[in-house]
Design a protein around this ligand. Sequence first.
Ligand SMILES: *Cc1c(COP(=O)(O)O)cnc(C)c1O
Length: 380
Amino acid sequence: MDLTSIHPKVTPIYQTSVFKFSSLAELEDYYTTPGRKGLYGYSRSEHPNSDELVAEVARLEGAAGGVATGAGLAGLLAAVLATCQAGDHVLCPAELYGGSVVLLSQELSRLGIETTYVPLAQLYDLAQHRKPNTKLVLAEVLSNPLLTVLDGPRLAQACREQGIKLLIDSSFTSPMLTRPLDWGADMVWHSATKYLAGHSDVTAGVVVANDPALNKRLRQVATNLGLMLAPLDSWLAVRGLKTLRLRMRQHSENALAVARFLAKHPAVAEVFYPGLETHPGHDLAEAQLLNGLYGGMLSLRLANDTVAAADDFVQRTKLFPLAPSLAGVASSCSYPTATSHRGLSEEQRQDLGITPGVLRLSVGIEEPAELLADLGQALD
Ligand SMILES: *Cc1c(COP(=O)(O)O)cnc(C)c1O
């Protein structure tokens, strides 16, 4: 079969686990030529669909390369194993995403990689909190669920001074809002399950970096541990990425409209959205986030700060279904007390400001008037 005269506009899905070689010389070329231009061997190591995804994310982030993984968390695993070994230490903000905490503190700790957490506001004082064996700092641009804003350039400078690598989880913002490598971060990590793919139909991760040695290690770790994202999932993420710019504009525009609406509603005590002037991180967000966008994530605290009132809301809303993920084109709602922060005691949650009436909204790209009407009827 001769396919050389077929020129599809869109990259096909290379649903194959292995590729053919025409000669031993070509096979030798594959193993010895750096970059192995145009040659593929085995899909656990690389395949055209994941390469296309990584190339596109790297272009958006201003990176030289990276790796795509079967879930966001597999990307974190690749990033940690590419930079740390047994005996090393990772430092994170206390506000870190729960799944990252579980991977670091329950799994990697058993392999001798230790993690400690300090409140984000204190993390910038790295000289105070680092240990002699600290190799990596992991931080998020916007925290979950109260949208605390990271001062990225400040943290990157502190890491540089201390000779510690910085990994930024950019899942809540995407490269439309932040380009952490420009701050001086070493790696950018995405749960591509979220905004990059954007349609709630795939789980995927991407880690990108500039340092060629780091990118080589990321790919080796992903190959050796079988972390590689599959062809179909890579293809879906690439398709989602094509509308990232449009989606992030609409997510942000809608979220600002929702935040302003909720801030005025008597059933709502507090709204957490960095685009609101009242948010403690607003000035930082305004100075740091790109394109005048603040993203699609926000949280609210009900005036009636109880589980019963929160349950009432999730049962009444039609456009914000209770679905514990985020960043899809269709809006959704999550309840941090029962999902991301369920492992904490009530007192620990209280300390973080996560009271029973706190709900997190992922604002989609629907007609904004329809979202406001639905929220209005659910809250009234
Ligand atoms: C969802 C999420 C992750 C983990 O990604 P998965 O694709 O679920 O593995 C990491 N960080 C943040 C901020 C997330 O929201």
